[in-house]
Design a binder for this molecule. Structure first.
Ligand SMILES: O=C([O-])CC(=O)C(=O)O
Ligand SMILES: [Mg+2]
Length: 618
């Protein structure tokens, strides 16, 4: 595979000398025939990149086979010399397009399509035939394309996965593969996988159990790892661990592509995941495994099983948690407030809700000034029955230890098990209200009015985080209209800016874990960290919050604009590497003196390099 690249050079943007070297190399690049690319890099992107002189294609791969490999294919982008060298003459149309021309063509085609699902399909096809161009297009137009290749459109794509299926991507490890998984990893062609995103399909976004059709999620997450986090496409592996499904419709659907059996549970379930985990780390010992969209029943138990001795994290529990902390810190910076003084109500006691509460609690304790017990009193968590509290209920023992943690010690007659959301709000007067329930419209007028009327902050902080858009607890328009534009709004799925009757236009933030996971993965793998610690996650939150510019804050945004996501990922990666070093978890030691330049140099940037045929094989 790729990796047998010729002499590599990289460039840094961090110092004057770096820029000089960069200019010199760009000049050489221009002379070497990269004119358009070099100009684009210099004038439009200012994107430091790794300059690869050439890439060797395995000798056995020629002509059509190169066109059929999305990692090598350039379509009409093959230059004349390459067409001769690689046996392509006559196999592609005569015109030679620059990457820029191809990009314009792709964007025109995407924009001409009538709906988001068709656009998703078009982009998936591009991904399948020319990965370099796909990622270039995504990098350049991330704000427009992230909602198409990722949340929210990816949710619909998962629901329709079987009918939309064209070409496999990633790997499936099923309950029927027990005993074979270690051998199966050898079927994946890439030697150097750095990041695996795995789901068991049991809780895809807020859409429930979609079984094997959940594959769309690891694929979408990893597309962002490449475009936003600078991990090269041949270093990522999307996975479904298919233990069956409890979705009756899928079980009865003749076209369902997964294992048509009820889900495994208990020890049998954990044995399958254990074997998968052992197999993955046996083939790729330094890989980072991101657990994604596992149901609350298993998400935390799996995390606890592996987190101390494997490089892994759960994106919904820890990634979303770290993202919410980042948003909270930025929202408080805007109002010159401290996190320790906030009263926080979290709706939803699944793994994501509890994960967010835990991450915020951890941030309060790290911030100092409150004892652990005092800090816990600032949190109130509700599940579908209402407030979680020890008093007044008979289901205390059925709750998990994590759920019980924030409900033990209220000394207020109103705060008993099952107290309604509005009553909780009127009693505790929260400053932050988070929704992780998947219940559309839960934050209705009554809730938002009560929240806004009782909130001691000038700007109440409201985060309906459930995905995709249709599951959001409230829309941006509703919240801004009901609070007269006062609320700070951040949602899991994107919403368009809202113009109020008085002419003010307000820009909602997207509080999505894509601000954390690509940079966390980049940092953790570059540091060769032995595990992902709470301190690394907290450092990621701080870096993300610090990346919000004053201009963005002034517009009411508490997350950076999505167009800057590569910069944010880099800042997150740097913070994660330093945090790993502080705890002695880095095996990349000592860290490079100019860490910034090092991370920059390691970030994949999609552009074509000349291909040569290797006489020696790959
Ligand atoms: O995928 C997303 O957009 C965020 C996420 O992890 C989820 O909702 O499960
Ligand atoms: Mg998720």
């Amino acid at each position: 595979m790729i990796g047998a690249a010729g002499g590599r050079r990289f460039l840094s943007s961090s110092s004057g000398a770096g820029w000089k070297r960069k200019s010199a190399l760009l000049d050489r690049a221009t002379q070497a025939g990269y004119g358009a690319e070099a100009a684009v890099m210099r004038d439009q992107e200012k994107e430091p990149y790794r300059f690869r002189k050439a890439l060797r294609v395995p000798a056995e791969r020629r002509g059509i086979e190169i066109l059929n490999d999305p990692l090598y294919n350039k379509g009409t982008g093959f230059e004349e010399g390459e067409r001769d060298r690689l046996g392509l003459r006559g196999l592609v149309p005569p015109a030679v397009l620059t990457m820029e021309q191809q990009l314009l063509k792709i964007m025109a085609a995407v924009r001409a399509l009538p709906d988001d699902l068709s656009k998703h399909t078009y982009l998936t096809d591009l991904h399948d035939r020319n990965a370099t161009l796909f990622h270039r297009v995504v990098v350049r137009h991330i704000e427009e394309l992230a909602p198409l290749i990722y949340t929210p459109t990816v949710g619909r794509a998962c629901q329709l996965f079987e009918t939309m299926f064209r070409r496999p991507r990633g790997m499936y490890f099923t309950r029927n593969d027990v005993g074979h998984m270690a051998a199966m990893t050898a079927n994946w062609p890439a030697k150097d996988v750095r990041v695996v995103v795995v789901t068991d399909g049991s809780r895809i976004l807020g859409l429930g159990d979609l079984g094997s059709n959940g594959m769309g999620i690891p694929i979408g997450k990893l597309a962002l790892y490449c475009a936003a986090g600078g991990i090269a496409p041949h270093r990522v592996l999307p996975v479904v661990v298919d233990v069956g499904t409890d979705n009756r419709e899928l079980l009865e659907d003749p076209f369902y592509l997964g294992v048509r059996e009820p889900r495994l549970t208990g020890d049998e379930y954990f044995a399958v995941v254990d074997e998968f985990v052992r197999a993955i780390y046996a083939r790729w010992p330094d890989v980072l495994v991101q657990f994604e969209d596992f149901s609350s029943r298993v998400a935390k138990p799996l995390l606890d099983r592996y987190r101390d001795h494997r490089l892994c994290f759960n994106d919904d529990v820890q990634g979303t948690g770290a993202t919410v902390v980042a948003g909270a810190l930025a929202a408080l910076r805007l109002q010159e407030q401290h996190l320790r003084d906030q009263t926080i109500v979290v709706c939803g006691a699944g793994s994501a809700g509890v994960g967010c509460a835990n991450a915020l609690y951890d941030a309060v304790v790290r911030g100092g000034g409150l004892s652990r017990d005092q800090a816990a009193l600032n949190f109130h968590i509700l599940d579908e029955k209402g407030l979680i509290a020890r008093d007044g209920g008979d289901d205390w023992d059925d709750l998990t230890r994590d759920q019980q943690f924030f409900g033990s010690d209220f000394k207020h007659p109103n705060l008993v098990r099952g107290t309604s959301l509005v009553r909780v709000i009127e009693t505790v007067k929260p400053t932050m209200l988070l929704g992780l329930t998947t219940v559309r419209g839960l934050f209705d007028r009554e809730v938002v009015d009560a929240f806004s009327a009782n909130c001691p902050l000038p700007r109440p902080i409201l985060m309906p985080l459930s995905n995709p858009t249709a599951n959001a607890e409230a829309t941006a328009k509703q919240v801004y209209e009901w609070t007269d534009g006062k609320a700070i709004f951040a949602s899991g799925s994107p919403f368009d800016p809202v113009t109020l009757d008085d002419g003010r236009t307000l820009v909602p933030s997207q509080c999505n874990n894509f601000f954390i996971f690509p940079g966390l993965g980049l940092g953790a793998t570059l540091a060769k960290a032995t595990r992902v610690s709470d301190a690394m996650l907290h450092a990621a939150s701080l870096a993300c919050a610090a990346a919000v510019t004053q201009q963005e804050l002034d517009r009411g945004q508490v997350f950076p604009s999505v167009s800057r996501i590569r910069d944010v990922s880099k800042a997150v990666a740097l913070a994660v590497i330093r945090a790993a070093r502080d705890e002695g978890l880095n095996r990349l030691a000592p860290l490079p003196r100019d860490l910034d330049a090092y991370v920059t140099s390691k970030m994949y940037y999609p552009f074509y390099v000349p291909l040569y045929q290797s006489p020696y094989g790959s």
